[in-house]
Design a protein around this ligand. Structure first.
Ligand code: FES
Length: 109
């Protein structure tokens, strides 16, 4: 099944080291542009108690939930610390014509 991508924001609105929340197909999504120029799209909600992670600190390809401090791998969504034990959703992200696009469709295997 082909992924359906939605235009999220202009790449210029997401500088290196920046992050931007938004909604894609009803899901709260956080797109992160790391300092080493990698783009990630993850759920904006923590898997622990469904609190927002939008204000979480990004460091070395991880984001830290501001509520209880669990860190998540931005690439895989896997939790790296308790109290989180489940991954957060990760989404496909790409740049087309200087637009950041996100797909929340299931990933093609
Ligand atoms: S709500 Fe994120 S670690 Fe508890």
């Amino acid at each position: 099944m082909a992924s359906e991508f939605t235009r999220f924001c202009a790449l210029s609105d997401l500088p290196l080291g920046g992050k931007k929340p938004g909604k894609v197909e009803g899901k709260i999504v956080l797109v992160v542009h790391t300092k080493d120029a990698r783009l990630f799209a993850v759920s904006g909600m923590c898997s622990h108690q469904a609190k927002p992670i939008l204000a979480g600190k990004v460091r070395n390809c991880t984001i830290t939930c501001p509520t209880h401090g669990a860190r998540f791998n931005l690439e895989t969504g896997e939790p790296l610390d308790l109290p989180a034990t489940s991954p957060i959703e990760t989404y496909e992200v790409r740049v087309v014509d200087d637009w950041v696009e996100v797909s929340t469709s299931p990933r093609a295997e």
